[in-house]
Design a protein around this ligand. Structure first.
Ligand code: FAD
Length: 366
């Protein structure tokens, strides 16, 4: 054991969750090693990176928007500066109204300000922007933006590989051996005081977290060329249309599919997304590619973080569903405080809310 490397934290997974947590822990002076198997179906590799304060058909304020979004915006702006590249783009989001009754409903609700400052203004008149179809107007959201998630993760991974804190390898839980002070992992010739599973939907395959009510769902996005469509905002109605760094290109998302998952790009997803895009622009467009990934959704639609009920060396950082980009920065701080024994987790994200589902300890490797 003498020539094993010692780490404070071993993280499994370098999607947006693992990447942000690794940075948080390293920033606090901990030694961290990350294992990441770059799975093509990892949600972070296909995400459109949208940070949307108001979402869904009910036009509701996103869960804990005030606690997560401003932190995320500041965090990604800091990363832009640090890395010298604009991965994050603050951007207005135009929620396009689909009908007059929808517009009237929103105007009526506006008096009570249920969006707490995230709606900048409501335009009841048709909105004139190049290529845009918005005859009933729309609501302009502020405080959000979009992140080029895959590009950011690739940049951070390059740093990690060069500095030696990231290994692009599959981690095999069956080789973990716990002792009184942490774990040893023989294939990597290392020991760690604590392990954090940041595997996204693949956390279900981790032998220690299969009891949690993760309910992965698959989503597809299209990369499209729409020459002439205004890139000055994100569009949102049924689908979102996020401008790309390539002029005239956009990412359109996203579909939701419950198991069984499709293994090949499919006509159904393309038809659905292309149909929604056609509702937002009268301009001709070309579908360039389709990508799909699996979201780490949870039964109660809240993230899952915190300590394993029986294994003191193990924690989870996941369950981010369709909102990992905006939630990861604030929740990484929360978890890091908690692991340092200086902070309580919010009850609605603490995986302890599901401890009652934890099976008998027999058969679980300690
Ligand atoms: C189509 C689509 C569009 C989306 N759009 C948005 C959006 O606009 N905004 C937003 O906020 N969210 C969006 N999401 C959701 C977002 O992608 C997720 O919330 C987020 O990426 C989850 O990040 P994660 O790091 O927890 O998991 P993942 O991204 O799945 O990362 C897990 C990582 O762990 C690695 N891993 C797994 N098992 C192992 C192992 N045994 N050994 C080593 N490594 C392993 C995987 O390869 C992967 O790299 C979208 C998701 C999809 C599918």
């Amino acid at each position: 054991m003498t020539d094993y490397l010692d780490y404070d934290y071993l993280l499994i997974g370098h999607g947006i969750a693992g990447a942000v947590l690794a940075r948080e822990l390293r920033g606090r002076g901990h030694s961290v090693l990350v294992y990441d198997e770059p799975r093509p179906d990892a949600a972070s590799r296909v995400a459109a990176g949208l940070m949307n304060p108001v979402a869904g058909k009910r036009f509701a304020l996103t869960w804990r928007a005030h606690e997560t979004l401003p932190t995320a915006v500041a965090y990604y702006q800091g990363l832009n500066e640090e890395l010298g590249e604009d991965f994050f783009q603050p951007s207005p989001i135009l929620k396009v109204f689909g009908s007059l009754p929808e517009q009237e409903q929103m105007l009526a609700r506006a008096a009570d300000d249920p969006w707490q400052g995230f709606v900048e203004r409501i335009d009841p008149a048709p909105i004139a922007r190049p290529g845009l179809l918005a005859p009933f107007g729309g609501a302009w959201l502020r405080g959000g933006g979009h992140l080029r998630v895959a590009a950011l993760l690739a940049a951070l991974a390059r740093q990690g590989k060069a500095a030696g804190w990231l290994r692009e390898e599959t981690f095999s839980w069956e080789h973990v051996v716990a002792d009184g002070t942490g774990v040893a992992y023989a294939p990597g010739q290392l020991r760690a005081r604590h392990v954090v599973c940041c595997q996204g939907a693949a956390a279900l395959a981790c032998p220690h977290f299969g009891w949690l009510p993760l309910t992965p769902n698959q989503g597809a996005v299209l990369d499209v060329a729409v020459p002439g469509l205004s890139p000055a905002q994100v569009l949102n109605r049924g689908a979102y249309v996020v401008p790309s760094v390539v002029p005239g290109q956009f990412r359109v998302g996203a579909t939701y599919r419950w198991p069984p998952f499709a293994t090949e790009p499919g006509d159904a997803d393309q038809r659905e997304l292309a149909g929604r895009l056609a509702g937002l622009t009268a301009l001709p467009f070309e579908v360039l590619s389709e990508q799909r990934g699996v979201r780490p959704a949870v039964r109660d639609r809240r993230p899952l973080l915190g300590r394993h009920p029986a294994l003191p060396w193990l924690s989870l950082f996941g369950g981010f569903g369709s909102k990992g980009v905006s939630m990861a920065p604030r929740l990484a701080t929360l978890l890091a405080d908690h692991l340092a024994s200086s902070g309580e987790l919010w009850p609605d994200v603490n995986l302890a809310r599901y401890y009652a589902l934890y099976p008998a300890l027999e058969g679980i490797k300690k």
